[in-house]
Design a binder for this molecule. Structure first.
Ligand SMILES: Cc1ncc(COP(=O)(O)O)c(C=O)c1O
Length: 386
């Protein structure tokens, strides 16, 4: 096959970003320091958030946010089964029990109509996931959180740049966690951040981010700094490096352009694949929103296609095209079956979606010609006229 492999995702890194990383490497200061501080200021401005903490990953952010809530054994945190395993893992790691609410079969986000039934006297927090960059219906979710006095930690790993009813995620509500993993809408290699409007929570998370130390290295090693510090609690090592922030400063500037191109490509998929009976395409909710299009997912309808999602992914690979699997229903992984008694049939929408979902190639540098290759491969696979 003469054509190069077309990956499902690829980051776009500008010459300016590369130069900034090189500058950082030459500067003599490569761990958390001035570039991380600047990146946090830029994130505050972009998100409209008063408090932002830059971190090694979104997993670290979700972990810190839950730790800072000081959950007790037996406390419950409500989330969705259609997510990356990290969302549930951190609930367990923070000492709480994951309680799941099935997804809306149209949006793949937590079905808010089913949320109240999952709230018990042990519920402490709700962790909605903005799947693929489509915002969860946050107004009724926050109304329930307020009614039952619950915290909300939004897993916004897919959703930097997403808007709900004209407001950017990160600018309102309780606490949001974003990911800068390489396949996300912007990247720092690995990385993430927390946005919150709760100054007390932010202070606790800042301590937990770096050993529980009352001053970070940049403050201690500078000209005016003192080498003394106090440990006020046992913390983690979740601080973002300046090398990562050097990349992030430029990625953030490019983010809206990236989302614009992702949206164009997603709309071309929607148009081209409309009416293909072998597929179910993404559907938009009625409320106003800006989808960040981190992922473009379809469901493979095996009865009409004559083969299943896994076979479709293998056939795409034979056409030299990568796809992604986001996600199988997390409650059916062995740990969650064994420790929480989850079983097939508990969350039928998430299970059906998890068994048939596939992410098609989508990244800002993808050309129209790349996408036409995907269309041709899919027409061939489904035995359609190209
Ligand atoms: C929904 C969701 N939550 C959390 C994460 C964790 O993000 P990170 O890789 O930055 O730790 C991911 C990563 O893919 C994700 O998709």
């Amino acid at each position: 096959m003469s054509e190069e492999f077309l990956p499902f995702s690829r980051p776009s890194i500008s010459p300016e970003a590369i130069a900034e990383v090189v500058e950082c490497l030459k500067s003599g200061w490569i761990t958390t320091g001035p570039r991380t501080k600047r990146f946090e200021e830029d994130l505050k401005a972009y998100l409209g958030a008063p408090q932002v903490l830059a971190l090694t990953s979104a997993t670290a952010g979700l972990h810190l946010a839950l730790l800072a809530l000081e959950l007790k054994p037996g406390d419950e945190v409500i989330t969705t089964p259609l997510t990356f395993a990290a969302t549930l893992n951190v609930i367990v790691l923070a000492g709480a029990k994951p309680v799941l609410v099935d997804v809306d079969p149209r949006t793949f986000n937590m079905d808010i109509a089913r949320l109240e039934a999952a709230i018990t006297p042990r519920t402490r927090a709700i962790m909605p996931v903005h799947f693929a960059g489509l915002p969860v219906d946050l107004d009724p979710l926050y109304a329930l959180a307020q009614k039952h006095k619950l915290r909300v930690v939004e897993d916004a790993a897919h959703a930097i740049g997403t808007e709900y009813k004209g407001k950017r995620l990160g600018s309102f509500g309780d606490t949001q966690v974003f990911s800068f993993h390489p396949n996300k809408n912007m990247t720092t290699g690995e990385g993430g951040c927390i946005a919150t409007r709760d100054a007390e929570l932010a202070a606790r998370m800042a301590l937990l981010r770096f050993h529980g130390m009352d001053r970070e290295a940049w403050d201690r090693f500078g000209k005016k700094g003192s080498q003394h510090y106090e440990i006020v609690l046992p913390g983690f090592k979740y601080n973002m490096l300046d090398m990562q922030a050097a990349l992030g400063l430029h990625q953030l500037k490019a983010l809206d352009g990236f989302i614009q191109r992702r949206t164009e490509l997603a709309m071309r998929y929607q148009k081209h694949l409309a009416g293909w009976k072998e597929l179910t395409l993404p559907q938009a909710p009625a409320y106003a929103h800006r989808h960040a299009w981190h992922l473009y997912t379809v469901l493979v309808n095996s009865e009409t296609a004559g083969f299943d999602r896994d076979a479709f992914m293998a056939k795409m690979k034979e056409h030299n095209i990568g796809t992604g699997l986001h996600y199988r229903a997390v409650h059916l992984y062995p740990y969650y079956r064994e420790h929480y008694g989850f079983k097939s049939g508990d969350f039928p929408h998430a299970e059906r979606i998890g068994d048939s979902i596939v992410s098609l190639p989508l990244f800002p540098a993808m050309t129209d010609a790349d996408q036409e290759r995907v269309f041709r491969a899919m027409a061939d696979i489904f035995g359609r006229q190209a």
